[in-house]
Design a protein around this ligand. Structure first.
Ligand SMILES: Nc1ncnc2c1ncn2[C@@H]1O[C@H](COP(=O)(O)OS(=O)(=O)O)[C@@H](OP(=O)(O)O)[C@H]1O
Length: 723
């Protein structure tokens, strides 16, 4: 790092007490073994091999067990460790290693900052070794100062799906059930309250050979030992069925549970192969709620199966969907020596690999296993017994079990930002596409290519209506209740889901090249950019640049015309509304609605976090009002649409005072709510508004100039006028 930058960084870290975590790697070509670290009294050795690793006593450790000691299979690993000499009290070893001649050196060391005021945790190794990786996690938690909030509790739930499902020869027998009960008891020594959760499909009860049938019977006789939840009557794929069918088969499964006295104590259910959970099959959600009163489920598919570390939860239609983890056991894995790529893979995952870190990094881990994993070699029992033992040996983690309803409550309290789902296009993920209800048609264009973002009162309706004249353009059907706009992103309609959104675009034909949607509420909605980009990342966007003072005045006229109770009851002029400074009064809300949309750069910044500038087209509102055909011709080019003679389809209406569409010789203007007649703004009000928007206008001017985009005349004047 350049000296100057380094000084700045150190100054910052010192002043704000921000610790630094850094990594140093060996240079294999370097002859020099012992090197002094610049600016520090610390000496390091590079290209080293270590023979033992020990977790040193340090307040940094939260999850790593102090004193834990191991020989990390050294002879086979290359001599590429960097080790630090443990010098004075200014340093504290975090993890130490012994070299061949018996010296103890630090693999991870803490510089307490006594020498230059900056605290550091320095790693002489990458994160491939699980103990070094645990030290890294400990160092992060320590650096974040989460002493009070950091928790050692980790909740583990093991679901056994496909109970009663499976061909003869793959199913559990009485002996397996006895082992299941015994293991559950012994797991409780490592996992407080541990219970296996059994997902049953009643239709296949006693569907095996004699021994397996006895296994089923014994499982039912031992039902009270476990927690039971409904799977599906015949392992059905939910997406293939409608509500009536799903309800009928769920009722069958429920009757089975009642007859067999299975304790289904929690409103929790799992769909075979996650089918219907994400992408959401609304009819399955409805049937679940009606038959089982389900309020919690789990899936591996949200937002996507891969990467497994990025799985999240969401709430839809009152059902809490928790993320579900994979443990490497599938229906076909029943024998150690037939495990694909060797059972070593699962062992590596347990011993400091993916499975181990899944538990460390998730407050709640819900694992999916299958009935078959408890038959024959009982791979699941082996896996979890060893996983729990390994965690107990190397970490301070407290493993616990709790019911899924409590887990859902805890999960969404911890991650409230995940409550609202982020919808993605199911047609772009092959796994999602494979479980889509037939009502989805991925071969048909049903999502927009273009969003007209607004903001409100900038001429967005006029722009949309003119664009629709083009024969290759189609738009959404009018949506009642929201001024015909879809208002999906960032609004209440978003909760209705992707299928609802798609259903608004039924009109595209073979000649449609561009589907657009105009919701003028999008531009200044803080959630809209992220949600839009998740569903239609390649969409193009149009933003209309209107003088914000004029826009605010137009919005005020809209409220007056709609007899907004706050505006009417207070008899407020816009000037007095603007002077409100009580942020809790209803007037403040009005003030904000008048102003918000005009703060262009503030909102553009959010859109530009998710879309590139090349995807955005800026329209000058004055130009749109005065020369709409010219504006539409440019937009057509930008959209790569064939030319269209807009000038012969748009005509100025002297009575309306605006341009209107000319269809079959008839002039069709927008309704009375667009292009209202009202007095011009008083100079005093204009002055006040211009003053409010001064900074925003200046920011917009600079932004357009920097991006070499056209600066509207009104903006040139506004900036010049206040210079
Ligand atoms: N051709 C044409 N016809 C009618 N109105 C036109 C047209 N071109 C621009 N305008 C201006 O559009 C303003 C309404 O903007 P929006 O359509 O964006 O409003 S909304 O947010 O969707 O309600 C509207 O605002 P008001 O004049 O305040 O009614 C108009 O000034």
């Amino acid at each position: 790092m350049a000296k100057w930058n380094r000084q700045l960084l150190d100054k910052y870290c010192k002043e704000y007490r921000v610790p630094v975590i850094s990594f140093i790697s060996s240079k294999p070509e370097d002859q020099l073994k012992r090197i002094k670290i610049k600016g520090s009294s610390l000496w390091m050795w590079q290209n080293q091999r270590i023979y033992n690793l020990t977790v040193s006593p340090s307040p940094i450790h939260k999850i790593s067990r102090i004193g834990a000691y191991r020989n990390p299979n050294v002879p086979s690993s290359p001599p590429d460790w960097v080790l630090f000499e443990i010098p004075s009290k200014n340093f504290e070893p975090i993890l130490t290693g012994t070299v061949r001649n018996g010296y103890e050196r630090a693999v991870v060391i803490r510089d307490k900052g006594a020498e230059d005021g900056v605290e550091r945790v320095i790693f002489g190794r990458n994160l491939t070794d699980f103990q070094v990786k645990m030290c890294f996690l400990d160092a992060i938690w320590w650096a974040m100062g989460t002493k009070e909030t950091f928790q050692l509790d980790r909740y583990v739930q093991v679901d056994i799906d496909d109970i009663f499902v499976g061909a003869q020869g793959t199913r559990i027998v009485e002996e397996d059930v006895r082992h299941l009960i015994e293991s559950q008891k012994s797991f409780r020594k490592s996992v407080e309250n541990f219970k296996f959760m059994l997902g049953f499909s009643g239709s296949y009860f006693r569907n095996g050979d004699d021994l397996e049938d006895r296994g089923d019977e014994f499982l039912v006789e031992s039902a009270k030992e476990f927690v039971w939840f409904p799977h599906m009557w015949r392992h059905n794929h939910a997406h293939e069925h409608n509500f009536t069918y799903l309800e009928a088969i769920m009722v069958q499964n429920r009757i089975f549970a009642q007859n067999m006295h299975l304790p289904v104590d929690y409103p929790y259910a799992i769909a075979p192969q996650h089918d219907g959970v994400f992408p959401v099959h609304e009819e399955m959600f409805e049937a679940w709620k009606k038959v089982w009163n389900v309020s919690v489920t789990a899936t591996e598919e949200y937002p996507h199966f891969k990467p497994p570390t990025a799985r999240k939860g969401f709430i839809h239609s009152g059902i809490h969907v928790l993320p579900r983890q994979t443990c490497g056991l599938y229906t076909h894995t029943q024998f150690f020596d037939e495990y694909p790529e060797g059972f070593e893979k699962v062992i590596r995952s347990i011993q400091g690999g993916d499975l181990f870190f899944t538990i460390l990094l998730n407050p709640i881990s819900i694992f999916m296993t299958h009935q078959q994993n408890y038959a024959h070699d009982r791979l699941a029992l082996y896996t979890f017994e060893n996983l729990f033992r390994f965690l107990k040996c190397w970490t301070n983690i407290q493993l616990k079990w709790q019911d899924p309803i409590s887990s859902a409550e805890m999960y969404f309290r911890k991650f409230p930002e995940e409550r609202v789902p982020v919808w993605t296009n199911p047609c772009t993920d092959p796994r999602h596409q494979a479980i889509l209800p037939p009502s989805y048609n991925c071969s048909r264009k049903s999502l927009p290519d273009l969003l007209i973002l607004g903001p409100q009162k900038t001429g967005s309706t006029a722009l949309g209506s003119f664009l629709s004249l083009h024969p290759n353009v189609s738009q959404n059907v009018p949506v009642p209740g929201s001024f015909e706009e879809v208002q999906f992103f960032g609004g209440q309609n978003y909760l209705k889901g992707v299928q609802w959104y798609m259903s608004n675009f039924p009109n595209s034909t073979a000649s449609t090249t561009v589907i657009y949607e105009k919701s003028a509420t999008y531009f200044d909605n803080p959630a809209a950019p992220k949600q839009a980009a998740a569903l239609i990342p390649r969409a193009k966007l149009i933003v209309i640049l209107q003088n914000p003072s004029q826009r605010a005045y137009s919005w005020y006229q809209h409220l007056l015309a709609h007899k907004d109770p706050t505006v009417i009851s207070s008899g407020s002029s816009l000037l007095s509304i603007l002077s409100t400074n009580s942020t809790t009064s209803p007037m403040w809300k009005i003030r904000q609605r008048c102003i918000s949309g005009g703060k262009y750069v503030q909102h553009l910044d959010k859109w530009l976090e998710h879309y590139s500038l090349q995807q955005i087209y800026f329209v000058d509102a004055d130009e749109l009002r005065n020369e709409p055909a010219k504006v539409l011709t440019s937009i057509t080019k930008w959209l790569d649409l064939p030319d269209f003679p807009f000038e012969t389809h748009i005509r100025f209406s002297p009575s309306k005072g605006f341009h209107c569409r000319l269809i079959d010789g008839k002039t069709l203007c927008l309704g009375g709510s667009k292009g209202r007649k009202y007095d011009e703004m008083a100079p005093e009000l204009r002055e006040k508004l211009d003053e409010i928007f001064e900074m925003d206008n200046s920011a917009l001017y600079k932004f357009l100039k920097k991006m070499r985009l056209k600066i509207p005349d009104w903006l040139q004047e506004a900036v010049r006028g206040r210079a």
